[in-house]
Design a protein around this ligand. Sequence first.
Ligand code: GLV
Length: 323
Amino acid sequence: MSQPRVFVTRRIPVAGLDRIETECNAEVWQEPLPPPRNLLLEKVVGCDGILTLLTDKIDAELMDAAGPQLKVVSNFAVGYNNIDIDEATKRGIQVGNTPDVLTDATADMAMSLMLSAARRIIESQDYVRQQQWKTWEPLGLIGQDLVGKTIGIVGMGRIGYAAAKRCRGGWDMKVLYSDHFVNEKAETGLGAQRVDFETLLKESDFVSVHTSLDETTKGMFNRAAFELMKPTAVFVNTARGPIHDQGDLYTALNTGQIFSAGLDVTDPEPILPDDPLLTLSNCVIAPHIASATVSSRDGMATIAADNLLAGVLGQPLQCRVTS
Ligand code: GLV
């Protein structure tokens, strides 16, 4: 029997790739940058499955290009805003993602950004490297305290909970959250209080975004939202860039409406070279690396391979996304 045909849009850890290459007739894109759209549309023709990254747009046009035999799109990410889930569901194409294995790594990244932005770590490093460190300064590089402050979690899912737990256990913070759903575990275990978005913005010292990107969350951190936040507040986004309005964030940081920000995600990605955010010393920016740890990436590769291999055989996926 011939092996299922699959296209893998980038090299992923061998924990998943080896099995895909053994069990499928697989073509793996070898370049460091994603396949350009026209090549992606060519490469998927006749495929039974595609393993995609969050940088690959998977829409009706691509599903048409692949053909009616396409059974599965396995996304190497927990987020799936790059995929038209309704369209896939309508066509009976299963979509997989990689939850859980990156929860701790992402929560750790949120904490790293929070600390860096609160304690001005990158600015301090630049200060040292630029030979500006002349003496111990009683008034120099003063940052924000963490102990006993209030964390506002936007989106109390798995990652939001893991971030809240660190803030509660590490710094005894009060936990507020906004979400469509009540998170009993966070309420009973961490004393978290569910509040409306406006209250969360007004009362939090730290605001950390852990919600998915969709039409309801796109641009939710805009001028009006930043204006409600405290001038001492630290904003952290490890979810998706378009959840904040980047121009409005720049204004909020530049005019002192908020104290600082830590971003693992920007809009667009990569951030444009002339984006004014890059000129600010109170904005820490990382290149979307929250899941970049050994165990997270191996776990993602394993689940993405499991999803792909099950999907091409028409079996249910271990981690399936539905509309
Ligand atoms: C990364 O952003 C992911 O969704 O896995």
